[in-house]
Design a protein around this ligand. Sequence first.
Ligand code: HPA
Length: 274
Amino acid sequence: MEYTYDYFRLSADYVRRRIGFDPEIGLILGSGCGPLAKQIENSVEIPYAEIPNFLRSTVPTHAGKLICGTVAGKKVVCMSGRFHSYEGYDFEQLTAPVRLFKCLGCRAVILTNAAGGVNESYKPGDIMIISDQIKLMGASPLRGKNVEEFGPRFFDVQKMYTPELRELAKQCAADSGLTVHEGVYFFMPGPQFETPAEIRAIRALGGDAVGMSTVTEALTAAHCGLPCLGFSVIANLAAGMSDRPLTDEEVNEVGVMVADQFSTYLKKVLEAME
Ligand code: HPA
């Protein structure tokens, strides 16, 4: 399959016709981040299955629709439910969501996820602003024939998580008396959770949180020059750090527990964005 600019533009043209406005910010919300999606006003919801050339989601806890509308005074397009490589998609296919945002004219993306805490000072329920990422496994989503309309073949990822947006996010946290961490997100392809030995290796390599999403989206944003802000909600202590077995129920429970606080914070950040 060769992905061309027109391939992605077809999805965007369809969405733009359905929603009738130009979104400013693209959101991809991970496990337990649903409540923000519920607060989008005047929303138009489009199931992924109705969008031409788009992907279908397979995870039951991920809703699988685009929610477009207004929140915190910003026009947003929000993916409620995201795509992961463990579902069987090729890494190249995982460019679709952020390329849709780009074609719709968004000027920034916000990515959220639930992650395991690797840094020993992190607790379940904590929020981490992603400062950088490590992805040593799996192909780049930008491999294959380069789509020049989006960006150059070789591209810089030193500021993939936009420093100005991170500063803004820190300021918003300080203003609301919220303690947030800033740290490195380490990608593991899953779907199995990690082994304790893998977590020790990840810590030694500089990872603060570990998860199975987000990195392809951030890389796609960097390629097409979209400013990007990422957050991890620490859902659990990573493997080997507690006696509890790791389950997706636990991950979702913590997500639900902190969802309201996190949504309030995200709205503040959205409001503060230019
Ligand atoms: N590992 C990988 N992905 C995750 C975890 C974890 O411990 N928690 C939530 N997503």
